[in-house]
Write a protein that binds this ligand. Structure first.
Ligand SMILES: Nc1nc2c(c(=O)[nH]1)N[C@H]1C(S)=C(S)[C@@H](COP(=O)(O)OP(=O)(O)OC[C@H]3O[C@@H](n4cnc5c(=O)[nH]c(N)nc54)[C@H](O)[C@@H]3O)O[C@H]1N2
Ligand SMILES: Nc1nc2c(c(=O)[nH]1)N[C@H]1C(S)=C(S)[C@@H](COP(=O)(O)OP(=O)(O)OC[C@H]3O[C@@H](n4cnc5c(=O)[nH]c(N)nc54)[C@H](O)[C@@H]3O)O[C@H]1N2
Ligand code: SF4
Ligand SMILES: [Mo]
Length: 688
């Protein structure tokens, strides 16, 4: 008998949102997973960790039944209970919280464990139906999104498949070889078919930097300075498209005057790059019509990250590269979908007066900071889905303190016993994507990818949708969505949006929502308030913390720089074999990654007497983390890199890296400055 492959889609928090073909061995077992060749973005490629998904789906440690806490919070001691009893506990906790402090003391919380329209966002229907506190979803894209909105308007742009037709591709502050491998497929086509050049701008020598023709390794948080100097060179050398600037942007003499002293020498002193490097890169950019900027998240995860994103998006407006097929810039197609989400997200039941709590500030929220609580009552009951906040949120010492509060009820719906689940009063076993139906936004391209169920239910697991509906009914909600299956909801959503039916979409595997060329390249106007690209943004329209945002593209000075007390800059990018904390549990990913390591420049290592494997402490006012060092000439001196969202238990001291990260909101609209941390580095002397 031939091997049987079923179509579905990857649910993980990755811009590729691949269309998958899953080898189905039986109704309860899979073999290999491969990328769909017929989806022209996936193009037959998936990352190694998902190709080996059988390891995760059939992992012996998967949660199988509901659990009730018997030991201390955070310790992970539980006893099995029935689903009915577990749901009663949660319903009772929500009812009690509502009676005591009002409905806003309940905070349903989700993150990106699964990204599906129904299985991720369904929790919002529950919250809206009962007036529970809302969530401002900031932990991932907000700093980048804010900078993009300021200049361009909406999050859309040239079709990333066009990278295959570019002559210069600039991967700016992203590491697609590790974090969205499919981008590399389209970049490889351009390099092979038209000898296109790949330039990569990062703070250390990632696998993507290693693959580049031109590598610019700069100091963290200095990207805007590079972009400004490039604009200076473009203006100075007559490489700007004046006609384009006049027709499509708000460019004016004051912007030109502002850029007059942003010389390569000025930027060199900030970025650590050589002035000549900046000059020649600027000239290459300015003389290549088909130049495509593929913007990553990494360079925006700084306190000045939104400003940096805005400065970088000014570049194609200067040269008019947006005009050309294979030209312009792309970050994410967050606003591309034209879906009517009223039913799926429960938008018809939102009370706009309900407070909104910041997802990234879960530490300050749970520790009762009045400003984080928006002046409202304390949070006393939570239900968490798709979130491992104890490991991933900034300021994890505060997160643990908050989750550990005796007067806080926490329900966690999970696939594994994560650090977060250990804090739960009730743990509920969650189905995996292979066991449910959903539809995913291809945020790094233009497809909605369709993910029908492949396997039967595993043990006593329930899907996120089932839990939301079960709980809503117990609490007495009457929104029609709580009586619908995931497929019924998705079918209704597609039909209300004029995108056909679920069955049609599922048989194809995806819906390509690409805009026509003229619209995608903003030739019919930018999706901004006045149809123009804004060099001079109205930051007050982007977010509440806009007071110190610059009037024109600029290098903001508000980031954490090394000082005499905290002489190192810490950057904490993703690991190739993990996806945030997912896959930290699978044997092949864990063995490929080894253990958490602090990559330290060899000059710094020599000075401090640090060699391979030396235990070091990274410390600042927020906390201390112990891990082993690896001397490497990968970043600039003074920069320390710690890859991977490891469980805290993987660190010798049991304290994870995010204890060092600040939970203050990135201006102007919030988000976490994961890569913007000053630290001290102390070798631990070896006892004789
Ligand atoms: N394998 C794997 N894939 C993933 C993830 C994962 O954990 N593992 N996570 C997923 C998620 S949730 C997301 S949001 C995306 C993120 O994917 P990316 O866009 O790749 O973003 P980051 O991982 O934040 O950082 C990317 C790069 O930015 C660099 N960087 C840090 N600071 C600066 C700076 O100041 N300037 C410049 N130029 N570069 C800087 C980092 O060194 C890193 O190499 O990836 C997704 N894909
Ligand atoms: N140090 C450091 N910290 C970071 C980052 C970084 O680069 N460095 N990146 C940040 C970014 S960009 C992001 S997006 C966040 C990500 O943070 P999270 O979204 O919390 O991370 P994940 O590990 O992707 O997913 C969380 C959990 O969801 C569970 N899960 C998966 N599918 C399902 C499901 O269908 N149902 C249920 N109930 N649970 C499910 C997984 O088992 C996992 O434990 O981390 C942030 N934290
Ligand atoms: S994690 Fe990303 S690259 Fe890997 S299969 Fe999923 S969507 Fe594709
Ligand atoms: Mo993310």
């Amino acid at each position: 008998m031939g091997r049987e492959f079923w179509k579905t889609a990857c649910p993980h928090d990755c811009p590729s949102a691949c269309s998958l073909e899953v080898e189905r061995l039986s109704s309860s077992r899979i073999g290999r997973i491969r990328g769909a060749a017929a989806n022209s973005y996936t193009d037959g490629v998936v990352c190694a960790k998902v190709a080996r998904y059988a390891e995760r789906a059939h992992h012996p440690d998967r949660l199988k039944q509901p659990l009730q806490r018997i030991g201390e919070k955070g310790k992970g001691e539980f006893r099995p209970i029935s689903w009915d009893a577990a749901l009663d506990e949660i319903a009772e906790a929500f009812t009690k919280a509502t009676r005591t402090h009002g409905a806003q003391s309940v905070w349903p919380y989700h993150s990106g464990g699964t990204m599906g329209i129904v299985q991720r966002w369904g929790l919002d229907r529950l919250r809206h139906a009962f007036g529970y506190s809302r969530q401002k979803t900031t932990i991932c894209v907000t700093p980048a999104e804010s900078g993009w909105r300021a200049g361009v308007g909406k999050l859309m742009g040239p079709d990333p498949r066009e990278m295959a037709e570019a002559d210069l591709i600039v991967v700016w502050g992203g590491n697609p070889v590790s974090t969205q491998v499919n981008a590399m497929t389209h970049i490889a086509k351009a390099r092979k078919q038209r000898s296109a050049k790949l330039a990569v701008i990062d703070v250390y020598r990632t696998p993507t930097v290693e693959a580049a023709d031109i590598a610019l390794v700069l100091r963290p948080g200095t990207d805007a300075a590079l972009a400004l100097a490039m604009m200076h060179v473009l203006l100075r050398d007559g490489l700007v498209d004046r006609d384009y600037l006049a027709r499509y942007t708000d460019f004016a003499p004051d912007v030109e005057a502002h850029l007059a002293d942003k010389t390569p020498a000025w930027a060199a002193s900030i970025t650590g790059l050589a002035a000549e490097e900046i000059e020649s890169f600027a000239r290459l950019y300015g003389t290549t019509a088909k130049s495509f900027l593929r913007l990553g998240f990494g360079f925006t995860r700084s306190r000045n990250g939104s400003a940096a994103m805005h400065a970088v998006t000014c570049l194609p407006a200067m040269t008019g590269a947006w005009r050309h097929k294979g030209g312009g810039a792309f970050f994410l197609s967050l606003d591309n979908w034209q879906l009517d989400l009223t039913l799926a997200y429960g938008l018809d039941t939102i009370d706009p007066a309900t407070r909104v709590l910041d997802q990234s500030r879960i530490g300050p929220v749970l520790c009762g900071e009045p400003e984080a609580l928006a002046g409202g009552p304390p949070v006393t009951a939570m239900l968490m889905q798709n979130a491992n906040s104890a490991n991933v949120a900034p300021d994890s010492t505060m997160v643990a303190q908050g989750l550990g509060r005796e007067d806080l009820f926490v329900g966690v719906h999970e696939q594994f016993m994560t650090a977060t689940a250990k804090f739960a009063d009730i743990v509920l076993p969650a189905a995996m994507f292979l066991e449910y139906d959903d539809l995913y936004y291809g945020l790094g391209h233009t497809h909605l990818t369709v993910g029908p169920r492949v396997l039967d239910r595993y043990e006593d697991c329930r899907t996120n949708h089932e839990l939301v509906c079960d709980l809503a009914r117990r609490l007495g909600a009457n929104h029609p969505s709580f009586g619908m299956t995931a497929i019924e909801l998705l079918d209704a959503t597609l039909q209300a949006s004029g995108k056909g039916t679920w069955d049609e979409a599922a048989s194809r595997g995806w819906i390509d929502c690409a805009q026509p060329f003229e619209a995608a390249h903003f030739l019919t106007g930018f999706p901004s308030s006045d149809g123009r690209f804004h060099f001079k943004p109205d930051w007050s329209a982007v977010g509440p913390y806009h007071a110190n945002m610059p009037a024109m593209p600029d290098q903001l000075d508000n980031y954490e720089r090394a000082s005499s007390e905290l002489p190192f800059r810490l950057v904490v990018p993703p690991a190739r074999s993990f996806l945030n904390t997912s896959f930290t549990e699978t044997p092949s990913s864990a063995s490929r990654e080894g253990e958490p390591r602090a990559l330290i420049h060899t000059a710094d290592a020599t000075r401090l007497g640090v060699t391979e494997g030396t235990l070091v402490v990274l410390a600042n006012d927020r906390g201390r983390v112990t891990l082993r060092a690896r001397p490497a000439d990968t970043a600039r001196p003074g920069v320390v890199i710690v890859e991977g969202n490891w469980p805290s238990s993987a660190y010798p001291g049991g304290i994870g890296i995010n204890t060092l990260i600040g939970a203050d909101p990135v201006p102007p609209n919030g988000g976490a400055a994961f890569h913007d941390t000053a630290v001290q580095l102390l070798p631990i002397p070896v006892m004789a």
